[in-house]
Ligand binder design. Structure first.
Ligand SMILES: [Zn+2]
Length: 175
């Protein structure tokens, strides 16, 4: 178990572009995926939410994402193509600023190509819940935070006020 500190908004490391994982770094990438899993589990225990995390959030500047919705999923070197013209507006959250909600615009769907934990190339059309989650995490790999994608100056709210936002659609609904 390695629970790393999650870097918080204001830390300039979160704004850096992460490097691709090379073939000979696969074992290190899988190990980093384990640390991401443990760190996210620790966060969930404390906050009651959190389904995806990126390596730069624990200070590892590599293009690695870990998700756990129904099952664990390690995504290495994701590439986006064929993003839908259709967009959705959603109140997003982030483990790097856990008290804040930000209203952002995301593509409804896109195609993702990535390497799995066996260095096999995978390709899949991503939509629904995973679309928002993965666009958020891929942004992290490019040093882009949800706060930078706020639609306008009224697109910020504290988590404590979420019930007061009229007609809001949330990326995440804590259990
Ligand atoms: Zn985030």
């Amino acid at each position: 178990m390695v629970i790393e500190d999650i870097l918080l908004l204001g830390n300039p490391q979160l704004l850096a572009r992460s490097e691709p994982v090379e073939r000979d770094e696969l074992a290190a990438a899988v190990a980093a995926g384990g640390d991401l899993a443990d760190t996210m589990a620790g966060f969930r225990k404390q906050h009651g939410w959190g389904r995806a995390i990126s390596a730069p959030q624990i200070g590892v500047s590599k293009r690695i994402i870990f998700l756990n919705v129904d099952e664990p999923w390690l995504v290495i070197n994701p590439e986006v193509s064929d993003a839908s013209e259709e967009m959705m507006e959603i109140w997003d959250d982030c483990m790097s600023f856990p008290d804040l909600l930000v209203k952002v615009r995301r593509h409804v769907s896109f195609t993702m190509t990535w390497r799995d934990e066996n260095w096999q190339t995978q390709r899949r059309r991503i939509d629904g819940l995973f679309s928002e989650l993965l666009q958020h995490e891929i942004d992290h790999l490019d040093g882009i935070l949800a706060v930078s994608r706020a639609i306008d100056g009224e697109s910020f709210a504290l988590q404590s006020e979420r019930d007061k936002i009229p007609g809001a659609v949330f990326a995440n609904n804590p259990a």
